[in-house]
Design a protein around this ligand. Structure first.
Ligand code: XMP
Length: 415
């Protein structure tokens, strides 16, 4: 295994991850370290070179001179050709890096280091069906096998066929120990009469933690809690920017589970890197390449109060839209696409008589990180087929609209 390491020491400034990403793209493994890392700690890692970034790079760099390896205080933007060139020269000319590191070796290295920690121990992993927790669970399973328990809470707000797919891939195909908790009724009960988007998010998040806590209690104390936190999550929670929406993910879980240590094997990775690790580990594309899906699920795509009937309508409409996108070969070209069930009913005509039915909105956006987005100019024929099918196959829907708003000022999800 290639252990050629470049250490990036971050002394503030927020440029470090992008730099790390560029270094890895050049085939050289690097890791990020906080500005406070001691000379001794760094020495033990035997890096081929050290890059110091941020506001205090000069002072920091001097501290590491004694390491005797190439040291570059780096302050250029890695989005410019000059910046990239400077990184390249540092890696290959000054440090003599080979540039033969890739995701396959990274996946192998992650697995090996997890094995050292988890082998023979008990671990718990929350499985949501999303990419991050899926990759995390597979890694943990490779490392501790039978010792790993995965908890999958089906809150009834998932897309059509999603829960079945999770169980098929992880329990049936991989033989993993997955406990599926059918909690749809509980969530629906809690959501009764709740129409405000933030309130809905809070209710779903709180109930999720409650269900998880009950199940975790049955499992008892574990040695490790394995979490699929990835770098953007770390960034988001650390920025302290005012929240537009209260995001729900598994971040609130540690306080309700009895464990000795938390492990976040993906915390240094970007989403596309997590996907590559997933593919290296043999996860199917249907899981690894899936589009982002919000933690509160269809709960924030049924506008207003969530009911079982509305969820069923939305699930079907969403399935038809996704099916038409897939048939037109656009699936891997669109960042995120889904249906929304608006709270408005409008008048239509069905079988020669008056109909008063639901309005479904379709949304498809391009984005790189979800922070900003543009709507996708889907061919009219695809929209037409989706609309025709939705209104033909779901009797209570008599109107379909397409959302042509950018983020900002809109957000990607409607709630
Ligand atoms: P918005 O609607 O804020 O969404 O423009 C940006 C991206 O985040 C996803 N999203 C969520 N993801 N938990 C998540 O893990 C959430 O609560 C949540 N809310 C929105 C959304 O689907 C889009 O990709």
């Amino acid at each position: 295994m290639n252990r050629e390491l470049i250490a990036i020491v971050d002394s503030g400034g927020g440029r470090n991850q992008l730099l790390a990403r560029r270094v890895r793209e050049m085939g050289v493994f690097c890791r990020l370290f906080p500005g406070g890392i001691s000379l001794k700690e760094l020495e033990q890692l035997r890096p081929k070179g050290v890059i110091v970034t941020g506001h205090q790079e000069k002072r920091q760099a001097e501290r590491f001179l004694q390491l005797g390896v190439p040291l570059l205080d780096f302050n250029l933007s890695v989005n410019t050709p000059e910046g990239l060139d400077a990184v390249r020269r540092f890696l290959f000319e000054r440090c003599g890096a080979k540039g033969d590191w890739d995701m396959a070796s990274f996946a192998a290295m992650l697995t090996e280091s997890l094995k050292e920690k988890l082998s023979g121990k008990r671990a718990l992993c929350a499985l949501s069906g999303g990419v991050d927790s899926a990759v995390c669970a597979i890694l943990a399973h490779k490392a501790c096998g039978e010792g790993l328990t995965c908890l999958f809470v089906d809150h009834g707000l998932l897309r059509k066929g999603e829960a079945q797919q999770v169980m098929r891939v992880f329990r049936e195909q991989r033989g993993m120990n997955v406990i599926k908790v059918d909690a749809a009724d509980r969530f629906l009960e809690k959501l009764k009469g709740v129409a405000d988007p933030e309130q809905k998010r809070k209710v779903i998040g709180a109930e999720f933690i409650r269900v998880f806590e009950e199940e975790a209690k049955k499992i008892g104390e574990v040695d490790f809690l394995v979490q699929g936190t990835i770098y953007p999550d770390v960034l988001e929670s650390g920025l302290g920017a005012p929240a537009v929406k209260s995001h729900h993910n598994v971040g609130g879980l540690p306080s309700v589970i009895r464990f000795k240590e938390i492990i976040e094997p993906l915390r240094e990775l970007f989403k596309d890197e997590v996907r590559k690790v997933g593919l290296e580990l043999g996860l199917p594309e249907s899981i690894v390449m899936r589009q982002p899906f919000p933690g509160p699920g269809l709960g924030v795509r049924v506008i207003g109060e969530v009911t079982r009937e509305k969820l069923d309508v939305l699930r079907e409409a969403d399935f038809i839209f996704r099916d038409e996108i897939a048939k037109s070969g656009l699936s891997d070209k669109i960042w995120q696409y889904f249906a929304i069930l608006s709270s408005e009913r409008t008048v239509g005509v069905r079988d020669g008589g008056r109909a008063y039915g639901y309005t479904v909105a379709l949304r498809a956006v391009s984005s790189t990180d979800g922070m900003s987005a543009n709507w996708v100019k889907i061919p009219y024929e695809v929209l037409e087929r989706a609309s025709d099918r939705i209104t033909a196959e779901i009797e209570c829907v008599n109107r379909v609209v397409y959302d042509i708003t950018k983020k900002p000022p809109a957000t990607i999800e409607w709630e």
